[in-house]
Structures are given as C-alpha cells and as structure tokens.
Design a protein around this ligand. Sequence first.
Ligand SMILES: Cc1ncc(COP(=O)(O)O)c(C=O)c1O
Length: 477
Amino acid sequence: MMDEKLENVYSPDFFNKTGHELIDLLTNYLQQSGNQDIPVMNWNEPSEQYAFWKNFKPKNNDPIDLYKNIIDRSIHIHHPKYMGHQLCPPAPVAALTGLLGELINNGMAIYEMGAAGTAIERVIIELLAGKIGYDDNGDGYITSGGTIGNLTALLAARQNAVETDIWEDGIDESLGVMVSSEAHYSVDRALRIMGFGSKGIIKIPVDDNFCLDTSLLDDYYNEAEDKGIKVIAVVGSAPSTSTGMYDDLQTIADFCRNKDLWFHVDGAHGGGAIFSQKYRHLLKGVEHADSVVIDGHKMLMTPALLTFVMFKNKDVSYSTFNQKAQYLWEKSQDEEWFNLARRTIECTKLMMSIKFYSLLILYGEEIFDKSVTHLYNLGSMFAEKIRQRVNFELALEPHSNIVCFRYIIKNSTEREIDSINSSIRNNLLKKGDFYIVQTTLNKRVYLRTTIINPATNSKIFDELLDEIEKLSPDSIE
Ligand SMILES: Cc1ncc(COP(=O)(O)O)c(C=O)c1O
C-alpha cells in the first residue's frame, strides 16, 4: 500500500486543480507584465530575500501562494521594459511544451529514454545545419547552455588537432586558441578547464568597432608558434557579449583555412540570425566554421536552457568524448545518432528539443526570422533615439539588439561620467521600472541594453531615456 501522503503527491486530481490555477496565475502574470501593470522587478537585498524564503510558509499550505510569491520576487522577463541580459521572454507555447517535458521527464541519454525527443532533436539539427549552410555532412546536438556548448566544441577541436589520443593518454603538448579579447568568458573558462592555462589563451585585441582585429591574426599566430605554442583554433564571436558586435567571420575562416586551424563560432547570442533574411549577412563565413554554438534561450524564443552545438563534419561531432582513431576506423558511428549521451557532456538531459520544435511546427521557421529581425530592428531604432539626444553618447553603431550608451554631462571628467552612469543604473535597478545593465568599454562605464522582448517599442525607448535624464545628478539638483 502506498503511503497516503505519497499518494497525494502523485495525485492526478491535485495536478489538474493546481495546474489550472497555475495557468490562470501565469496568464495574469503575462497580462500584467505585458500591460506594464507591475514593475519589471521588486528589488530586495539578497539578505532580505534569503530571510523571506528561510521563513516562508505558504498560506493554507496552498502551492498557489508559493507560486505567487516566486513570481512577485523574481524579475519579469516578459515585461517590455526588461532590456537587460540576454535571456528571451520565452514564447508561452514553448514554456508549455517545457512543462510537458518536465512532467514526463524523459532522460534523453539513450534512445529508449527519450524516443520522441531524440528523433525531434535530429529533425531540428538537420534544419539548423541547412540554415548554417552546411552540406549533408553537417550535424550536431542540443546541450544545456552556451557555456557547455563552447566547452564541448573546443574539446572536439582539440582532439582533432593532435595525433595523440587525448582521451586515453592525456596531452603534453603546449596548445593555444586565438580568440578576441571581447569574447564571452565561457570561452576562456572552457580553455582553462581544458588545461590551456593563460599562455594558451591567445587574446587578440579588438578594432575600433570592438570586433576581433583580423589584421593581427598573423602576428599573434607567429608569436605563439615562436614561443612553442601550437595554435589549434580561432574562435569568432557572433556577436561578442558586451557590445553585440559580430567578428568578421569570413576573414577568420580564410585565415583558418590557410593555417589549417579549427574555426569555432560562438554564436550563442546572435547565431540565430541564420534565420533572418535581413541580418544573415552578419554571419557571412559561418558556413566554413568547423563548429558553431547557438542558444535558443537568447534569440530563438525558447526557455533556458537550449543550445545547439553544430559541426560541419558529422564524424567529429562524436570525437569530443572519443579517441580520434575510433571514428576513423568505424565509419558508421552515425548509426548511433539516437544515443545522444555519446556526444554530450550531460548524461540525463532535459527534453530541450521539444520546446524549439513546438514553435517550429506551429508557426513555421519564419517565426525565428520575424523574431530576430524585429529585435535587431529595435536595436537600430533605439540607437537612433540615443543619437538624437544631446546628453547621450552611443558607444557603437549596433550590429544587433545589444545597444551600449552613456549619459554625459558637459565639462565633467571621465571619472565623474563613470560614476554618474553607475549611479543611474543602480537607481534604475532599485526603482524597478526598467531593467538595464552596465558594461565597461575602453575602461569607461556604459549603460547596456539588450532589446530582447518583441513588445519593447519606440515609446518605451523614449521613456527610458527620459527616466535616465531624470535620474542624472544635474536634474536631481
Ligand atoms: C557570446 C556568448 N557566448 C556564450 C554565452 C554563455 O551562454 P549560456 O549563458 O547559455 O551558458 C553567452 C551568454 O551571454 C554569450 O553571450
């Protein structure tokens, strides 16, 4: 006999009642966020937040009271004044599909533990490979986030660059990877995990546009080789995180071809532009990349996490966790495509594929074009508004939906301007009406926005700039 309490936990009736109430609550959240009836966030200091949850007891032991409090005390990504980090407001249908995946909880490591999800993953991967511009040999898989995606791809790059079997014998060679100084820290972190150390992470300075300065590739390559470091790969950012600027992938691809190097594209943020007819040109050259990482939870409307790791050559997608020789001997590894854990860091992994697939199957692939194109257009619109205001300075003409700028007061020193912008950002955070972040460019503080909610619009941009003017010290005085 099952314990009564345990039986209640698994009761379909409980699920049905609570599930309907939860959907009502979330519908209300979507409406209130969309209509701006609630702030983007209710700021609480970490210690207060901790104390609240430490002592929390839901009223009448009702899960809905728990859910309400979680929503109230979380940032509202669906709010059109959310313009902070690169996390999209997921399309509700993708979130609902996620709920399904969470409940049926298929593990995905081997085919029988995720039959539908695994086959669906293959369908999507074929679509992505075609969009990147790979031929039939292109392949890949889905993993949990761009950070793990970059690590997985770079592990494959390393195994393919050396003659030895790293998996069996480790590695003594001194290896290097060239990457822009503006690349996301996950690339640096992956290389350090892999034992490259500082000397093996060859940071190439950026040009005036904050893109990897390709004119320096030869010099840095030669310098590394002179020091006895074998360069194995170059990483292009598409785009880099702070500024949203795309590296010149075509030139990096040409360099890699000439030197016989692996070319990895970190397209975690903007790789999704492969779907955009208008902005696809930013990714020119991506089709030559040996590996590409693209996050669904940034530009492609899915809940976190969902990352595509794509390879130009099917065989190497098996080499991350395998000795090199194995895939050469055994030509038919691909017969194992349905046992995904052979290629991913995860053993058990979420049914991520079904979330992307729900959007694809219901709205067609043009929905991703619409989303990326609309958001990148909004980036240009916001930049134009910043340019029109005398007290604002645009950091760069944006390539994407990431826009950096600062408020300036005439005759102030750079240090004063830094502190004004930092205090504006802190005040915005505490007020909770808008959510934006800050970054440092050329050692100066800039306000940074990622326009990632399709409901953000021209009026909201004006309101944000007005609000910043109001919060500036000259208007407070
Ligand atoms: C360019 C780039 N690469 C990698 C990552 C890491 O991705 P994730 O947060 O999915 O691990 C980010 C995150 O912002 C990013 O912008």
